[in-house]
Design a binder for this molecule. Sequence first.
Ligand SMILES: Nc1ccc2ncsc2c1
Length: 249
Amino acid sequence: PAMRVDVVTIFPDYLAPLDLSLIGKAREDGLLDVRVHDLRDFTHDRHRTVDDTPYGGGAGMVMKPQPWSEALDHVLAQDNPTGAKPRLIVPGPGGQPFTQALARELAEEPWLAFACGRYEGIDERVYDHAREDLGLEVSVVSLGDYVLNGGEVAVLAMVEAVGRLVPGVIGNAASLVEESHEDGLLEYPIYTKPSSWNGREVPPVLLSGNHGAIAEWRHEQRLARTAARRPDLLHASHGTDAGDIEISA
Ligand SMILES: Nc1ccc2ncsc2c1
């Protein structure tokens, strides 16, 4: 397969959507090999304990290091005759921002492993163990400045964002080109039949057949939308600063 993806979680059913639609088809086609592991399978007590109270006090619970160590050992050992290493991604609100650029970077990796934390997070020694004893590159990655209850939803988003960039997963590669954030501008408004609907018309330029005018209109719309919604994305390279675009979108 073009890419192997392992996910360790205490809620394996949360990752069931990865079996659906595009990602599901990519798995059938052998482009993506997605394996979900239940962290509790790497516990040995009757209650399958994965968490405990934090040293130093404080609210909430911390995920114990031992189950994670055994889970990572299992991931590294399974179907891995060459001893290759996956890149370990740990979703967390305090991580580096997940961007389309990072998605493109991760889509180049042959093997990704995702660790879904719950509770207040994972004992810090797991990160040190993964880097220093297992020789893994470990990245803590945030989807945005908000807090979820765990990493599973973040992993679903990241696997979709990365998986769709793996060659062959999306049929028409062209549809990957003009997407928001691909070149730092938001997407232009899009329309389809009928040309007149509910008393609302499609912008005439789009029916003109004048491809130069259409491209120009679309670029203007992208600039205007970006200035209106995401002025932080605009910088010198777009030849315009937010000040001199009339906001129409
Ligand atoms: N483990 C954990 C907890 C909260 C959270 N919010 C965004 S990613 C994430 C990961």
